[in-house]
Design a protein around this ligand. Structure first.
Ligand SMILES: [Zn+2]
Length: 423
């Protein structure tokens, strides 16, 4: 990443030229659309030059698969992979997000390749070129972005879910999912959400040439939950790591999630006594059940190591993860396990470990989730969970000053919901 930045700053001139070329290309397209439309049909699809092939990365694709499909030989593929890794920090392609452009010397489909451009999202282009000696090099270009902070607020109505209320408040689905992920550390959406509660979100919108391209991160989220206001701020520490903190600067991201699956309804709570739906007699329910159609991805509630993966009569297909400290979590009734998740696998928080199902003693597809603390089952909805990434004194001071400035700026947005904070 750093290397890519250095390349970038020393190539400001090149970048300016590329910008100009980009603007001219857009103007050319606009001219085609305006003048070409008279008297004959024109293709409104984006104009791709005949010597350029654009490939959208799909699930199952790999860099070598795509490169070899364009006639790049094995040696060059290895070199390109190394250059991308060393100079642009790109180690793999992401399906449904990344693109690769192949620019040939002429329109002929077998013409030699002049340039390969890896496009990891709308804000970066990594151009690979090969010199006469056959040496590949790359140039990473960051696309200039103009970030605005916008404010949205909403209210839970009778019979509402947080999701519906969020959509009504004009919060984009992706941002809403992130908000849900954050609040899930602090809130039990079954019991903490009631009609009349208010919430607000401040998030980034990214613009280029005054056109909105995408949404960025959630900056502040606030929810008036039943047991009080839950508020979190996104903050970058002096070592550049990013986290979310409560108004006092305490880490808001906990080591474990109370609700591993987003927006899932609790169908059975933790209890020391309940009538078992299959066995019929009364016994403790040592976890929480979340409704989840078969095949719903199940993320790990926290970072840890898989200590058990298998099948038993009660749990069906299950996975158990040991986390740092004294906590373990268990996920039961899975239809299948995620690929490459085995006993001993180290998983990140949020990494998909399997898919919901109804294996074992189960009346329908759901996730049965347990948290075990020091060998004893505890209620996932109420257990006190340790925070990760807490702030040291210097960062806490910096956070409190930042929060005060941000809060003042947000006051302006509350009064003028159509305005934004220019970053
Ligand atoms: Zn259960």
């Amino acid at each position: 990443m750093e290397k890519a930045k250095n390349i970038l700053t020393s190539h400001k001139f090149v970048r300016a030229i590329l910008w100009l070329a980009g603007i001219l290309a857009i103007l050319a397209v606009a001219v085609v659309l305006v003048f070409g439309g008279r008297g004959r049909n024109v293709d409104i699809e984006p104009v791709i030059p005949d010597n350029t092939t654009i490939i959208d990365v799909k699930s199952g694709d790999s860099l070598s698969k795509i490169l070899s499909s364009q006639g790049i030989n094995h040696n060059d593929i290895n070199t390109i992979a190394k250059v991308l890794k060393d100079k642009a920090g790109i180690t793999g392609l992401r399906a449904d997000r990344d693109k690769i452009e192949f620019v040939r010397e002429s329109d002929a489909t077998d013409a030699p390749i002049e340039k390969i451009v890896v496009v990891p999202g709308p804000w970066r282009r990594v151009e690979l070129t090969c010199d006469d000696a056959g040496k590949w090099d790359c140039n990473a270009i960051d696309i200039e972005r103009d970030t605005r902070l916008v404010y949205r607020q909403g209210e839970i109505l009778d019979g509402d879910s947080f999701y519906l209320a969020g959509m009504r408040a004009d919060i984009p689905a992706g941002i809403l999912a992130d908000v849900y992920d954050l609040l899930a550390f602090e809130m039990d959406f079954e019991r903490d959400v009631r009609a009349g509660q208010k919430f607000s979100v401040v998030y980034e919108e990214n613009y280029h040439d005054n056109k909105k391209i995408d949404n960025g991160s959630v900056i502040v989220v606030s929810f008036d939950a039943l047991r009080g206001n839950v508020k979190m701020y996104r903050f970058r520490k002096s070592d550049n790591t990013i986290g979310y903190y409560d108004p006092n600067g305490n880490g808001a991201i906990k080591s474990l999630k109370r609700t591993p699956i987003n927006n899932a309804k609790v169908t059975s709570s933790f209890s020391t006594r309940r009538k078992h739906p299959v066995l019929g007699f009364t016994r403790a329910h040592k976890g929480v059940d979340f409704r989840a159609p078969t095949g719903t991805p199940i993320p790990s509630a926290g970072a840890g190591r898989v200590v058990a993966r298998g099948y038993n009569r009660g749990h069906g297909n299950f996975i158990k993860i040991r986390h740092n400290g004294s906590f373990e979590t268990l996920y039961a009734h899975m239809s299948k396990f995620a690929k490459n998740v085995n006993v001993g696998t180290v998983v990140k928080q949020g990494q998909i470990i399997g898919y919901s199902g109804s294996t074992g003693l189960s009346t329908g597809p759901h996730l049965h989730y347990e948290i075990i603390k020091d060998g004893k089952h505890v209620n996932p909805m109420t257990v006190k969970l340790p925070a990760i990434n807490n702030l040291d004194a210097a960062n806490k001071q910096k956070f409190l000053e930042y929060r005060e400035t941000l809060d003042k700026a947000i006051e302006g947005l509350v009064d003028n919901p159509k305005s934004f904070i220019q970053m």
